[in-house]
Ligand binder design. Structure first.
Ligand SMILES: C[S@@+](CC[C@H](N)C(=O)[O-])C[C@H]1O[C@@H](n2cnc3c(N)ncnc32)[C@H](O)[C@@H]1O
Length: 288
C-alpha cells in the first residue's frame, strides 16, 4: 500500500493547486485573495490527507469506472469540496461525494454551497453516522469512506458502515474516544495491584491517552481481522493538530492475516479485562 507523500510543500504551493473561487467560498482565501491565517492549518492538513486519498480514488475509478465516496461527520466539508476540486471533477467517469453530518445547519450550508458552485455530484445528508448503515439515502455500494475527526464513537460507526458495505478503502483520522478509557478506569483499582504494566494508565491523563491509543489499536486489529491491509501514519506534524493519527485500510482478504488479527484482537481485549467492548469490534453482517 502506498503511503509516502510529499510533506513539505509551502502553503503558497498548496493553495495554488485549488480554485481561488472555491477557496474564497470556504473562507480559506479572503475576498481580496489573501490567505486567511486561521485557515492555513486546515488547508495544510486536508491537502496532506488528499495526497493519501488520491491514489485510492484512482484505484477505484480505474478498476470500477465509477466512484461513491462517503465522508462521515463532514462538518463544513472542506475535505469533500477540495477533493472534488482537485481530483474528481477533472475526470470523465461518474462519481459521487456524499457528506453526512448530524448538524442540520452545516448540512444546509454545504448543500447551498454545492448548488452555488454547480457541483451536482456532491450531496449532503442530515444523518447520524450510527444510522447510516440503515439509510436508504446512501448508495448500496460505497467504495471509499473517510472520517476526519468525527467525534467520539462516530469513527467506529463509520467503520461498521464500511465493513457492512464491503467498502474497498477506509480513511480515518480518529478524534477522542472515551469508551475504552472509561472501561480501563472502572477496573483500575483491581488491575493496579496485579501487574506493573498497568502503570501505563494509572494517572487520569494517562488513562485517557492510553484509552485513546488502545482504541485505535483495536480498530486496526478489527480492520485486519476483516481482511484489510492497514497503514498507520501521521497526518501532519504535532504543531498542527493533537489528533493526527491517520489510519488507511484497503481490502486485501489475506486469510491467514485475518485469523492472526482476530486472535490478537480477542486476546488483547481479554488480557486487559475490557470484554464489555467486544461488541464494538465485532463484524457486522455485510449488506452488499
Ligand atoms: C470536529 S468536526 C470535523 C468536521 C470535518 N470532518 C473536518 O475535519 O473539518 C466533527 C463533525 O462530526 C459531526 N458529528 C459528530 N458526531 C456525529 C454523528 N454521530 N453523526 C454525524 N455527524 C457527527 C459534528 O457535527 C461535526 O461536524
Amino acid at each position: 500500500m502506498k503511503n509516502s507523500v510529499q510533506k513539505n510543500n509551502s502553503i503558497e504551493e498548496i493553495y495554488s493547486k485549488y480554485s481561488p473561487t472555491l477557496l474564497k467560498e470556504l473562507h480559506i482565501l479572503t475576498r481580496d485573495g489573501k490567505l486567511n491565517q486561521d485557515s492555513r492549518r486546515k488547508l495544510k492538513q486536508i491537502d496532506h490527507l488528499i495526497q493519501f486519498i488520491h491514489p485510492l480514488i484512482q484505484d477505484v475509478l480505474s478498476s470500477k469506472g465509477q466512484l461513491n465516496l462517503v465522508d462521515f461527520g463532514s462538518g463544513k466539508s472542506y475535505l469533500g469540496f477540495l477533493l472534488n476540486d482537485l481530483i474528481c471533477q477533472h475526470q470523465l467517469l461518474p462519481y459521487k461525494i456524499i457528506g453526512i453530518d448530524i448538524r442540520h445547519d452545516l448540512v444546509t450550508y454545504c448543500q447551498d454551497l454545492a448548488k452555488r458552485l454547480s457541483f451536482p455530484q456532491m450531496e449532503f445528508l442530515h444523518l447520524d453516522v450510527s444510522q447510516a448503515v440503515n439509510s436508504n439515502s446512501l448508495p448500496t455500494s460505497v467504495d471509499v469512506i473517510t472520517a476526519l475527526h468525527a467525534c467520539d464513537t462516530a469513527t467506529d460507526d463509520a467503520i461498521f458502515f464500511a465493513l457492512s458495505k464491503k467498502t474497498k478503502h477506509i480513511v480515518l483520522v480518529p478524534c477522542c474516544q472515551a469508551e475504552v478509557a472509561s472501561l480501563l478506569n472502572k477496573r483500575k483499582s483491581l488491575d493496579l495491584k496485579k501487574n506493573s504494566l498497568t502503570e501505563i494508565w494509572r494517572h487520569p491523563l494517562h488513562t485517557r491517552e492510553f484509552g485513546s491509543h488502545l482504541t485505535n489499536v483495536l480498530r486496526c486489529l478489527q480492520l485486519e481481522a476483516q481482511g484489510y491491509d492497514v497503514v498507520v501514519t501521521e497526518l501532519v506534524g504535532w504543531e498542527h493538530s493533537m489528533k493526527n493519527e491517520l489510519i488507511i485500510a484497503s481490502k486485501s482478504n489475506n486469510i491467514s492475516k485475518k485469523n492472526i488479527a482476530k486472535n490478537k484482537l480477542f486476546s488483547l481485549i481479554s488480557e486487559l479485562g475490557i470484554e464489555e467492548i467486544c461488541q464494538r469490534f465485532m463484524m457486522p453482517e455485510a449488506t452488499t
